[in-house]
Design a protein around this ligand. Structure first.
Ligand code: 6CS
Ligand code: FE
Length: 307
């Protein structure tokens, strides 16, 4: 370990860590060593071979109509109920927007809501997560993102894996997120944007994780987001794709995709349920670049596979 001396880059990294981040004052691009789809293309599940190939290539796949119209209505009602429940609002798992008292996110929502808990075990979701990760999976994180109209806050460019590696101790990028839309995603209401192919490059971020950083990062993340030049370089290489589509559709995306979303100033909310699956062989250890692991409602410490 080397400490910061004058303007020398700090290189304090865990021995054998392939993806050092938040340890240096110069950003670095690191090539991904691991595959993105871990099972063979003919594995049993709801994804076809071409979709798995697209996931390997782009780092994401969209599944239109994963939920039926009736289910969308049911889950929308469930989201409204949760946001209005005083007990949920008082819970530490409920995050409000930085500049209003509107609900931004509710974490560990598969444990709070029975209906959302069912979704985790639903074959339409689970079989696909297993195909991608090629193993049994457990839920690393779940949340609702409300992104209400007239001011729902965005999420600046980041790789989820960067945060999960640094703050939660996720060893490698063998995790996949499933974002299920409960509202229509237009180009103008703060939809998810992904740089296709960016999942093959790990962008090591500058800075250092502050103590209890999750208390502010879930409203607005500053550390663990790449510097502007790195983002520009990646965008030039890969371009940016907007995840538009009707309510009920889902996007599966790799943990290391460079992604983000803008604020929503339109009248139309952009709400989704967000489920993160991690491969059981990639269970989290001690954080690679943070003083302490985050609470288990943000990053699960129970690695029991979903059955
Ligand atoms: O903290 C997390 O786990 C997720 N939330 C944010 C704002 N950034 C990283 C990751 O997507
Ligand atoms: Fe993210």
């Amino acid at each position: 370990m080397t400490a910061l001396v004058g303007n020398e880059p700090r290189l304090v990294r865990a021995a054998g860590d392939r993806y050092p981040t938040r340890v240096s004052n110069t950003p670095v691009f690191i090539d991904r060593a691991e595959p993105t789809v871990w099972s063979d293309r003919a594995s049993a599940g709801m994804f076809g071979a071409q979709e798995l190939e697209a996931h390997e290539r782009d780092g994401f796949v969209q599944v239109p109509g994963l939920l039926t119209a009736e289910e969308v209505a049911e889950y929308q009602a469930e989201l409204d109920r949760l946001a209005a429940d005083p007990q949920v609002r008082a819970d530490e798992r409920c995050i409000v927007e930085k500049s209003s008292d509107e609900v931004r996110s509710i974490f560990e929502v598969h444990r709070i809501s029975e209906a959302i808990g069912r979704l985790v075990r639903d074959e339409r979701v689970l079989s696909r997560a297993r195909q991608i990760l090629g193993s049994d999976v457990y839920v690393h994180q779940s949340r609702i993102n409300y992104k209400p109209g007239f001011g729902g806050g965005g999420f600046y460019w980041h790789s989820d894996f960067e945060t999960w590696h640094a703050e939660d101790g996720m060893p490698g990028p063998r995790a996949v997120s499933c974002s299920i839309s409960l509202t229509d995603n237009h180009p103008f209401n703060g939809c998810l944007m992904i740089m296709p192919g960016s999942h093959r490059t790990f962008v090591s971020c500058v800075g250092e994780t502050p103590e209890d950083y999750y208390r502010t990062s879930l409203k607005e993340q500053k550390i663990g987001t790449p510097d502007a030049r790195s983002i520009a370089k990646l965008a030039e290489r890969h371009g940016i794709t907007m995840m538009t589509g009707d309510a009920g559709g889902a996007t599966f995306f790799d943990s290391n995709c460079m992604h983000g979303s803008g604020d929503n100033i339109t009248p139309y909310p952009r709400s989704n349920i967000f489920l993160v699956f991690n491969g059981v062989e990639n269970a989290c250890v001690a954080p690679f670049s943070a003083p302490r692991p985050r609470p288990s409602y943000i990053a699960a410490r129970d690695h029991t596979p979903v059955r």
